[in-house]
Design a protein around this ligand. Structure first.
Ligand SMILES: [Zn+2]
Length: 325
């Protein structure tokens, strides 16, 4: 089989390493998922590289193509243009890793490109998802933290060093809770999946979320974000109120970004996007109240990602095929 348009993308997350092979039309022809290794979490970054290589090997063995397809890797944090992870609050063990060079040594017959994971997700959404045809927009991925990608004039903004779009670490309350980045009160402490867990435990400790607390055995500390989303889906009014609170925090950051970028559309991806209208409806309402000159603006569309959680891996493959912007 020969197909020069094939490409492999691997999205490295805190809990899983997800890889896809896509064809020239961006369709996934094969996918593989491995657990992010535990020994890596205790300080053995080589194990992480081996896991990435295993995913690439599995995909290459399933769909053998010549020439060997290029490989794109999506990583959370500040990735420089040489493919080195310079700073990563959610993968601190991998900081300093020269992903590009190390992987090239093993994958010597292919090109390897490393890019920030949210930028990868935005590339996929621009080409096949909810950002198609959008010249001025932004993407936020709500997971453990918040990843961001900014599109202006039809181009992904990269910044001077390739580090643009770290929106999760905009400070929304300088006296707020500590953040893994070393700061305090970062937006992602409030509006991410991790932020939902924190808001939920606060609500539970204050005597709210009574049914959810009962379901998890009575201890407010055992409440997790997904407990709240599940309860909200069944119409639990206290859970809906916590998601509305999360929506307000989401809207606050988006209003700040809108003051800078004037986007036409904002796409919400990552695991939390699965809450759908339960999160986006209250966020839309709060956004209209929080954004400067709300009534004077034509309105910004707030929509869920079209490719869901696959966007990061698909986008990494597109970056491998077409290069970084
Ligand atoms: Zn931070």
């Amino acid at each position: 089989m020969t197909d020069g348009e094939m490409a492999i993308g691997v999205d490295i997350g805190g809990t899983k390493v997800f890889g896809v092979m896509v064809d020239g039309a961006g369709e996934i022809v094969s996918a593989a998922k491995l657990t992010t290794p535990r020994s890596f979490r205790t300080g053995d970054p080589q194990v992480l590289l081996e896991t990435v290589l295993e995913v690439v090997d599995v995909l290459s063995a399933r769909v053998p193509v010549q020439p060997a397809p290029p490989v794109g890797i999506g990583v959370p944090g500040l990735v420089d243009r040489a493919g080195r992870l310079r700073f990563s609050p959610h993968l601190p063990e991998a900081e300093g890793l020269e992903f590009g060079n190390l992987l090239l040594r093993t994958l010597a017959n292919r090109s390897v490109v490393v890019e920030n994971d949210a930028n990868c997700a935005a590339r996929a959404e621009l080409e096949f998802g909810s950002l198609q045809g959008v010249a001025d927009g932004l993407m936020v991925t709500l997971g453990t933290g918040i990843g961001g990608a900014l599109i202006s004039g039809g181009r992904l903004l990269t910044g001077a060093s390739g580090f643009a779009g770290e929106v999760g670490h905009m400070v929304v309350d300088p006296s707020g809770p500590p953040c893994p980045c070393g700061g305090r009160g970062c937006w992602e402490r409030y509006a991410s999946g991790g932020g939902l867990g924190r808001l939920a435990r606060e609500a539970a400790a204050a005597g709210r979320l009574t049914a959810v607390v009962e379901d998890v055995g009575g201890d407010p500390e055992n409440v997790h974000g997904e407990d709240v989303t599940n309860a909200a889906r069944s119409g639990d009014s206290e859970a809906l109120a916590v998601l509305a609170e999360l929506g307000w925090w989401l809207a606050l950051g988006l209003a700040n970004l809108t003051a800078v970028l004037d986007p036409r559309r904002c796409v919400v991806g990552g695991g939390l996007a699965e809450a759908g209208a339960l999160l986006l409806d209250p966020a839309r309402k709060a956004f209209d109240e929080l954004v400067e000159g709300g009534r004077a603006r034509p309105g910004m569309e707030l929509v869920a990602a079209g490719l869901g959680e696959r966007a990061g891996a698909v986008g990494a493959a597109l970056v491998a095929r077409d290069g970084r912007q």
